[in-house]
Each structure stands twice: as structure tokens, then as C-alpha cells.
Design a protein. Structure first.
Length: 254
């Protein structure tokens, strides 16, 4: 699927900020490699990306589970081998320096009902590691749970920084590769797109289809919806059409 470009065609990536198109290109190489290996081994396309296998076997990272410190409002941490990660062990707060490229996930994510969330946070932390390797930097990052209020300006900057937005884009591209998304869209819509109305209103049948696609890729409905929008597969429709088809009766006056 993927062919290396000649040296003359290679472009230097900005080490401080990546566009979503650059992130998409990087992740396409990674997921295409994963899919090629899966097909070679299993003789068929994967229905979803096994993000744990990709992180461990392709990126060479280690995944460990700990009780991350509640005060940090964090469910994930990507280690750089230098900075300390605060965890709770036997009721005591402990500072631990994990080996570089270790991804620490909170034990909360081991619950089956949190499986899609665990996949996203794991992919998010993998995004931080991928970027740091390309940019040749070494930063430790927390993935915030966003379940507690922002405490101060430093917390606000950390939670909504460009790096966090980039990591979310990495996660979306890794978990929902364009190739697999296109296969699902073709199955449900052929060569058509989905239309949204006003503030992201979907026809009920389309909402059901987006939900079904999300389940197949093991992501949340919201993640699937915004991924389809980013890929141009959900486009703006005319609200009058939606109302006529879903609200007005057959005998409505023209």
C-alpha cells in the first residue's frame, strides 16, 4: 500500500506544530503497515485497528496500568524516562520514573464499559510519542480526563494546548484510518455522502448508521461523527429538506 518517496520529494515537518493533513499522512503510513501485516497473517482486512498491538508491536512501546493520582485529573501518561509520574500504590502517593516511551493508563480504564475510551486515550498518548520521535524531542505528557473543573491558568493551558489537540488528531487517524472508514461508507452509502442539518442534526437513519460504524471501529459515536466530517463524508444539507421529510405530514400545504 505504502511506497517510500524519493529523497527529493520528502518535506521537512515543522517540529513544533503539525496540520491535521500532516498528521493524517503520518498515520496513514503507520496504519497501512498494520493493515498490510494483518492481511498477510489473517488473509482478510481487519474490522478495526487493534491499537494495543499497534502500540506495542509497531511502535515498540510498553503499556502499564496504575492508579494515576486523582488530583491530576488524568487517565493516561506518556513517559520520557526523566519526569516523574504520580501514582497511588497501597494508599500512598508515589513518584515513579517510567522508562521512555512507556504509556501509563489508569486502572479505571480496565473496565469493559470503558474500553472505547481506553482505546482513544492509548492512541492519544501514542500520538505524543510519534510526534516526539519525529521532532526529536522528549516530553512527558498527561492525558486529562476532563472530569474535574480547571483549577488555574497552567491547568487550562495544559488541557487545551496545541499538543493536546494534535494528539487527539493522531488518535482519530490511528483508530479510524481513512481506508477503513471508506470501506464502511461504501457499505452503507455507496458513493454518496451523509448530510447534516443546522447544528449537526442528522436524519435518524443516518444517526443509526454512524452509530453502527462507530461500533465496528470501536470508537464513540462523537469520535466517529467528527472523523466523518473531517474526511468530508458528512456535508451540509438544506434544513428545509430535513423538516419536510421528518416533521411535516404528507398532507402539508405547499
Amino acid at each position: 500500500m505504502y511506497k517510500k518517496k524519493p529523497e527529493s520529494e520528502k518535506k521537512v515537518l515543522n517540529p513544533t506544530k503539525y496540520s491535521w493533513q500532516q498528521i493524517e499522512s503520518i498515520c496513514n503510513v503507520i496504519t497501512d503497515t498494520y493493515i498490510d501485516k494483518f492481511v498477510e497473517k489473517e488473509g482478510m482486512l481487519p474490522t478495526k485497528i487493534d491499537i494495543e498491538s499497534l502500540v506495542v508491536n509497531q511502535l515498540g512501546c510498553k503499556i502499564v496500568y496504575e492508579n494515576l493520582d486523582d488530583a491530576l485529573d488524568s487517565l493516561g501518561f506518556s513517559a520520557n524516562g526523566v519526569e516523574k509520574c504520580i501514582v497511588t500504590r497501597d494508599g500512598q502517593r508515589v513518584e515513579v520514573v517510567f522508562p521512555k516511551d512507556t504509556i501509563v493508563l489508569d486502572n479505571y480504564l480496565l473496565s469493559y464499559r470503558n474500553y472505547p475510551r481506553k482505546r482513544f486515550i492509548l492512541a492519544h498518548e501514542a500520538g505524543h510519542i510519534i510526534k516526539s520521535r519525529i521532532a526529536q524531542t522528549s516530553e512527558a505528557r498527561y492525558c486529562h480526563a476532563n472530569d474535574v473543573p480547571v483549577k488555574d491558568k497552567k491547568d487550562l493551558i495544559s488541557r487545551f494546548s496545541i499538543s493536546e489537540a494534535e494528539a487527539n488528531n493522531f488518535a482519530a487517524s490511528l483508530l479510524m484510518p481513512e481506508s477503513l472508514v471508506n470501506i464502511l461508507m461504501n457499505r452503507y452509502y455507496g458513493d454518496q455522502v451523509i448530510y447534516k442539518y443546522a447544528d449537526d442534526i442528522l436524519d435518524p437513519a443516518d444517526a443509526d448508521n454512524v452509530c453502527a460504524m462507530a461500533k465496528e471501529l470501536c470508537v464513540s459515536y462523537t469520535a466517529m461523527y467528527f472523523r466523518l466530517k473531517r474526511l468530508g463524508l458528512i456535508q451540509d444539507g438544506v434544513i428545509e429538506t430535513f423538516v419536510e421529510e421528518n416533521v411535516l405530514g404528507e398532507g402539508s400545504v405547499e
